[in-house]
Design a protein around this ligand. Structure first.
Ligand code: UDP
Length: 237
């Protein structure tokens, strides 16, 4: 069998149901737009477990998502969506490209969360874009954008509170959304929510518990992911 689509960290496969896909979490990790690449044993398993639990929490709190069910350790069944080519990033503290862009040091809390958009294009390195770019590029309507912003802030509220219970600071994260193939008028949260796409710092020690350990060669990458999974499980189950 060949996958329908293979990305940097996931593969998508068809299922018997024409309205759903199987999303497989790979062990591959990439950073700096795919220039740095390593495979970590168990990464797919940890991310699948974390993402499945987080999606359960979000659904329970009224956030519509693509999630259907967990199939096994590394696979979930998801509704077919047409992914919007806009990535939505929410920031609570300065880090990553925000610091690069502004020269501001890492770890400065914002008075209110920052929501920003980037154009989902590996070729261009996911450049930052604004509402006007999105309108002119035809990536989403003004109504879609206000829905994305509102949903991202709601997800931020839910996850900030939840990760705090886990002893983790939610610094920033990236969300992707898609239009349901069954009903394109409905936009749902898609992709994964895991330490690959969220910055999480230990509340007590400030230690990084996310993909920055890989980006910056800090070591113990999977130990951190496993620790995040343990805390998520403990606070949800
Ligand atoms: N992020 C992601 N995929 C991307 C870009 C960003 O998952 O293609 C996540 C990243 O892990 C971080 C947040 O979005 O939690 C903000 O990332 P930033 O814009 O600072 O980019 P970075 O410098 O981390 O690439």
């Amino acid at each position: 069998m060949t996958p329908l689509y293979e990305g940097k960290s996931k593969r998508l496969w068809t299922t018997e149901n024409p309205h759903t896909l199987r999303m497989e979490f790979k062990n591959d990790a990439t950073a700096f737009n795919g220039q740095k690449k390593v495979s970590f044993e168990n990464k797919g398993r940890f991310n699948n477990a974390i993402s499945t639990l987080i999606y359960g929490l979000l659904e329970q709190r009224g956030v519509p998502t693509h999630f259907v069910r967990q199939i096994d350790d590394t696979n979930v069944e998801v509704k077919k969506v047409d992914i919007l080519m806009v990535e939505v990033i929410v920031r609570n503290l300065s880090a990553g490209s925000y610091c690069k862009r502004t020269g501001i040091e890492e770890g400065r809390p914002f008075s209110r969360p920052i929501v920003e958009f980037s154009y989902k294009s590996d070729e261009l390195g996911d450049p930052l874009i604004n509402d006007d770019y999105i309108r002119e590029m035809g990536l989403a309507t003004a109504d879609d954008l206000s829905f994305l912003r509102q949903s991202a802030l709601k997800v931020n509220d839910i996850l900030t509170e939840f990760f705090a219970k886990c002893g983790l600071k939610l610094v920033d994260f990236k969300l992707e959304f898609g239009r349901l193939l069954e009903d394109p008028s409905r936009i749902v949260l898609a992709d994964e929510i895991s330490p690959d796409g969220c910055r999480l710092w230990d509340l007590k020690t400030g230690e990084k518990m996310d993909k920055d350990r890989f980006r910056r060669d800090l070591g113990n990458v999977m130990e951190a992911y496993e620790e995040v999974l343990g805390r998520v499980k403990q606070n949800l189950l």
